[in-house]
Write a protein that binds this ligand. Sequence first.
Ligand SMILES: C[S@@+](CC[C@H](N)C(=O)[O-])C[C@H]1O[C@@H](n2cnc3c(N)ncnc32)[C@H](O)[C@@H]1O
Length: 375
Amino acid sequence: MSLSTSPIDHIATALQETSLHDPAQQALQRITKIEQVIHARSPIFARLLDAKNTYRAHPAVEERFQYSRARQHATIDAPNYGFRVDFENVINFINGENGGFLQGNRVARFLDLGCAPGGFSNWILDTNLDARGVGVNLPDDEAKIKLDDTACHLRGPRYQVILEDVIRWAKSCVAEGTNPTLRLARITAVSGVDPINGSFDLVLGGAFPTMQAFFPWWHRTQLSFSQVFIAFSCLREGGSFILVTSSKPYRSLIELLALLRLSFATVTACKGPSHKTRSSSYLVCRGFHSQGRRTAINSLRSALMKLDNFSRLPPENDNEGGYHNERSQSFLFSCSDEELLRNEQEFFLKIFEPQWKAQLEAIENDLRKLGTHSL
Ligand SMILES: C[S@@+](CC[C@H](N)C(=O)[O-])C[C@H]1O[C@@H](n2cnc3c(N)ncnc32)[C@H](O)[C@@H]1O
């Protein structure tokens, strides 16, 4: 390694040199520099990338994906009870993994971002009989998933739904320099259902692009950061936040975890009982330190402005390859990749290696089954 080359650039250059004829190495060329470093340092992540390439190339996997997408589209206009129960099982699992912190009137006020089909909210209302909540979901003409509020708590007086795109909500607060809680208080006060004052015990950040064929890299980051921005504005001291996130080690995820680690007493992760083959996990953050709220919110405002600039670029730049470098952008911390990794790699791997391992095992199991029973 020459003295003028950073360790991260060295790994990238070595990969370029070895990738000319090897498809696995060529696949590595398509990931960002930070992912390449994680690949070099985490054998679990390296195995996962290989397994994902094999999985994606398996014809039965693509066939099954097309089948389930077609089935979801066929039921798009109807509330889907089974889908809601899936998410009730997810939150029940998260609660069990974390000592039952979500049940038994430990939650009085909650906000559920991306609430449809309503599993999380219904479970919280069911296990906290005095709790009141607000759910936020995309307006009906944009939402691919409907709220299933039949025969459950979601139609009762303890729950209110707001139809709002959380990205647009966060974006307008950033543009106007206002606080998301102001808008929330205005909307809930108008309905008279519950004068929630912006002091929540729990924020569920479950908004995720669902049933969309393609979404550009910045969209998911924008969605995550918007939810964190709203959560940080609404949470009370000591409150909890659960965020669904991709587990791909982009710089933005390492930064996000660093921010959450600074802002909560504990951060853990789990994958939930279903969707284990997918690259998503739930971050479970407990014990909000409200004294850091203002600084964190200011960083999030700047990050959201930067992301908004990406979203204005022409769509031909949206493909994954085209954003090879942009996916490595800094949003919340200005330090170099090396410094970020020096400070955060250990905690990041402690949180995400078990998630990658669970995903790897689920993919390997499925591949074993598909080998003998292709669809
Ligand atoms: C995986 S589902 C969430 C499931 C939910 N946590 C539950 O317990 O039933 C993701 C939801 O996020 C919503 N969503 C996606 N993007 C959104 C956005 N920009 N604003 C608000 N909701 C959004 C989708 O419409 C979908 O209902």
